[in-house]
Design a protein around this ligand. Structure first.
Ligand code: PXP
Length: 240
C-alpha cells in the first residue's frame, strides 16, 4: 500500500510560547513528540519577522530530529543562506507577506522567476528536496516543472474554508484533483496543505496521487483538548 505521509507543522507551539515571551511550550519538545507518535516529517516556517519559529528553534530541531525536517521559507536571499547552512532534507518555498496572519495563497511563480530558479538549483545541489507551495492550477504545475522543483504542495485553504462553512466545495475539489493528476503526469510529487481539519483531510485523503499532507493549526489546536484531562489531573495531584 502506498502510505500517505503526514507532515506535522509545529509553528503554533512557538506562537503560544512567544505570546508570553516564555521558554515553554518548546517547539523542539513538540517535534520530538510528533516524531515519537508517528509524524513522517516535521514542518516549520521560519518567517522573515520570526513571529513563531526562530533561528535557534531551527538549529535545535535540525540537530535532534531523526525524521526529515521540512523547512518552509520565502524566496529571499536571507532564507536561501539559512537553508544552505542548515541543510534540511525537505524545503518548501512559500509566499510571504508581512501583514498576513497566515500564508494566504500559493506562490506567484512569474514574480522573481529568475531568483526562484537559481534558488532551487542551489538548494537541490545542497541535497534538499524542493517543493513549491502553489494554488491548484494547471498553469502553476507546469511552471513548477519548468523551474525544476521536485514536488508541489497544493494550497488547500479555499477548499478547507468551503468544507468548514458547509458550502459547496465540488468545483474546488475538482481543481485539486486535476492538479494532482497533472502534477503526477509531469513526474512531480504532489503534497497538500493549509487549513486541513479531520473532515477536509478525510475528503482529500481519497484523492489518489497526493503523497504528503502538511497539517499544523488545527492539529495543534485539537491537541489542547486531547491534553487537558491529563494536565488538569496532574495539577490537581500536585496542589491537593
Ligand atoms: N503547508 C504550507 C506550505 C504552509 O505554509 C502551512 C502553514 O501555512 C501549512 C501547510 C499548514 O497549514 P495549517 O497550519 O493551516 O494546517
Amino acid at each position: 500500500m502506498n502510505k500517505i505521509r503526514l507532515g506535522v507543522n509545529i509553528d503554533h507551539v512557538a506562537t503560544v510560547r512567544n505570546a508570553r515571551g516564555e521558554i515553554y511550550p518548546g517547539p523542539l519538545r513538540a517535534a520530538l513528540l510528533a516524531q515519537k507518535f508517528g509524524a513522517d516529517s516535521i514542518t516549520i516556517h521560519l518567517r522573515e519577522d520570526r513571529r513563531h519559529i526562530n533561528d535557534l528553534d531551527l538549529k535545535q530541531i535540525k540537530s535532534k530530529l531523526k525524521i526529515p525536517l521540512n523547512l518552509e521559507i520565502a524566496a529571499t536571499s536571507e532564507m536561501l543562506k539559512i537553508a544552505l547552512k542548515r541543510k534540511p532534507l525537505y524545503i518548501c518555498i512559500v509566499p510571504e507577506k508581512r501583514q498576513e496572519i497566515t500564508t494566504e495563497g500559493g506562490l506567484n511563480l512569474k514574480h522573481k522567476k529568475n531568483f526562484l530558479k537559481k534558488m532551487i538549483k542551489k538548494l537541490k545541489k545542497n541535497n534538499s528536496r524542493i517543493s513549491l507551495f502553489i494554488e491548484p492550477s494547471i498553469k502553476d504545475i507546469k511552471e513548477s516543472k519548468l523551474l525544476d522543483a521536485d514536488c508541489v504542495e497544493i494550497h488547500t485553504g479555499k477548499f478547507c474554508n468551503l468544507v468548514n462553512q458547509n458550502k459547496n466545495y465540488k468545483s474546488e475539489l475538482k481543481k485539486i484533483k486535476k492538479s494532482v493528476i497533472y502534477g503526477n503526469k509531469l513526474g512531480l510529487e504532489v503534497h497538500a496543505g493549509h487549513g486541513l481539519t479531520f473532515q477536509s483531510a478525510r475528503i482529500l485523503s481519497k484523492v489518489k496521487g497526493i503523497k504528503e499532507f502538511n497539517i499544523g493549526h488545527f492539529l495543534i489546536g485539537e491537541s489542547i483538548f486531547y491534553g487537558l484531562e491529563k494536565t488538569i489531573k496532574k495539577f490537581s495531584k500536585i496542589i491537593r
